[in-house]
Write a protein that binds this ligand. Structure first.
Ligand code: ADP
Ligand code: MG
Length: 492
């Protein structure tokens, strides 16, 4: 079912377009050689250009341009071989030059798309209008002193990519999916770290409502600077309801900019919408047009990794994984890399088995400590070895689980070979029928009632006995041999 909101007078639908700001991964800023690193002391990374000292000239950072081109390829977009920078004038204390350098008239990337899932689980194509490169402003700090405000220019001049969608989104869910997909894409490409908490990815939500069947767009409101996927959905739900209520009460909506308050889940008016001519856009006379050579485009193309959707399909095709498993493994490029490397290092090359060990065991421990796969305490080779030892019947599945726990709790053995750990800790599965039989006899002797019930036909108890024997053998008995021997004994 498409997202339709029932009002008192009609059924309504939402029309939503997003502007996503992604901080470009780059050592230095867009027009200066200052570090673009996050987390430095205030004003530690500020050059004369960033502080807009008179007479200083911007010098374009080619790497940032390559990053934008790469993202453009990732969005299946048109890369414009000629683009330009413009000045967008406004006054604010954290913008020392009095203008932001952006690409208003001739952006570097246009006409792309991103495929997402809609509310019904179908693929929906969201058109991307443009991606342009611009510089970030500094930061005003108002909460350090009751009487003063402070300015931190570390972020001033850092490169941003603004990615503008067409108004193709129709629900809070679609917007969540769009943001997650965008984040996944830029992380695959390593053009932005997608970290919404630290503000390296933020978005403005443009939203209007109209009656179902209406083809004209309604008056839109822009909700500024939303910094989490959850907030985006909450802000939209609130804003959509507010607009419908207003219209149903006969009020007229004004085109305005609103702010989202995460504490109340509400949006409130910040200012009426400025028009493009308020900004006095004009080409920046200090900067030449950006002309991309065919060589540069080819070089960037050669660096493109497999994209998330392709990677997912690749995992399904090459490792016989379910769509669900492939989805989990391809969420992050590094996870898919880890998986594939582990399979390639294993003897049995059983993707499903390695995937299960990763998602059920490894991820549980990593999530517990909020670790990424790059910080894994188990290497690709160790994972491969654990899987092989299970498939070779050297250890049981239960012991495989124990091995993850052992490695997690004992940093000093993390570099050891799995076969050595199994040997040293005596974890080998017991397949010796004599030893197993002795154990079975013990269990039977201690549980005569259950045994008699099993003998008289209560087959369900076989599993129970296997479990008891397994417990007695501390997980080291070979379960299929235990099973076989118990069945044999029942028939005796
Ligand atoms: P501006 O530069 O004033 O922010 P744009 O035309 O670049 O305006 O549009 C910004 C965003 O608003 C785009 O993502 C676009 O899809 C979206 N948008 C435009 N019109 C509407 C509308 N009526 N309802 C919802 N979103 C809209
Ligand atoms: Mg805008």
């Amino acid at each position: 079912m498409p997202y339709v909101i029932k009002g008192n007078t009609a059924d309504w639908e939402a029309v939503i377009g997003l502007e996503v700001h992604c901080q470009v991964i780059s050592k230095s800023k867009l027009f200066s050689s200052s570090s673009a690193e996050f987390g430095a002391q205030p004003n530690e990374h500020v050059s004369l250009v960033d502080a807009a000292m008179p007479g200083m000239l911007p010098v374009l950072n080619e790497f940032c341009i390559r990053q934008a081109v790469k993202t453009g390829f990732g969005l299946n977009a048109k890369i414009n071989k000629l683009s330009r920078f413009d000045r967008k004038s406004y006054f604010y204390a954290d913008l020392p030059s009095g203008y932001q350098i952006t690409q208003q008239y001739a952006p570097i990337v246009t006409d792309g798309y991103l495929d997402i899932l809609d509310d019904d689980g179908n693929t929906k194509r969201i058109r991307i209008n443009r991606l342009h490169v611009e510089q970030d402003a500094g930061k005003s700090v108002h909460d350090m002193d009751p009487d003063k405000s402070f300015i931190d220019l570390n972020r001033a001049g850092v490169a941003l990519m603004e990615i503008v969608s067409e108004p193709d989104l129709s629900s809070p869910f679609e917007v969540s999916e769009y943001l997650k997909k965008m984040r996944q894409l830029v992380r695959y490409l390593k053009t932005c770290d997608g970290n919404m908490d630290e503000g390296s990815m933020r978005c403005d939500l443009n939203v209007s409502v109209r009656k179902v069947g209406e083809t004209k767009f309604g008056t839109r409101v822009e909700v500024k600077n939303v910094n989490s996927v959850k907030y985006a959905a909450t802000a939209l739900e609130y804003e959509i309801k507010r607009q419908i209520n207003a219209l149903e009460n006969g009020e007229e909506l004004v085109q305005e900019t609103r702010l989202f308050n995460p504490n109340t889940g509400e949006t409130r008016s910040m200012r009426s919408k400025e028009n493009a001519n308020d900004y006095r856009y004009f080409p920046d006379p200090d900067l030449l047009p950006v002309v991309l050579s065919d060589e540069l485009l080819q070089e960037v193309k050669n660096e493109m990794p497999m994209l998330p959707d392709e990677r997912k399909a690749f995992l399904i095709d090459n490792y016989s994984l379910s769509a669900y498993d492939a989805d989990v493994l391809s969420l992050e490029k590094e996870v898919a890399d880890f998986f594939e490397k582990s399979v390639s290092l294993s003897k049995h090359k059983n993707g499903k088995h390695i995937c299960n060990l990763m998602t059920s065991e490894l991820f549980a421990y990593l999530n517990k400590d909020n670790l990424t796969i790059e910080q894994s305490f188990v290497s690709e080779q160790q994972l491969a070895d654990i899987a092989d030892n299970v498939l070779d019947n050297v250890i049981s599945g239960k012991i495989a689980k124990d091995l993850f726990k052992l490695l997690y709790e004992n940093p000093d053995i993390r570099t050891d070979k799995i076969s050595d750990i199994i040997e040293k800790q005596g974890l080998k599965q017991v397949s010796d029928t004599g030893a197993i039989e002795k154990c079975i006899d013990d269990v039977i002797a201690n549980n005569t009632d259950n045994w008699n019930q099993l003998k008289s036909g209560k087959d369900k108890l076989i599993g129970w006995f296997v479990g008891q024997v397994m417990k007695e053998m501390k997980g080291k008995g070979n379960p299929s041999i235990i099973n076989e021997l118990i069945i044999k004994k029942v028939k005796e």
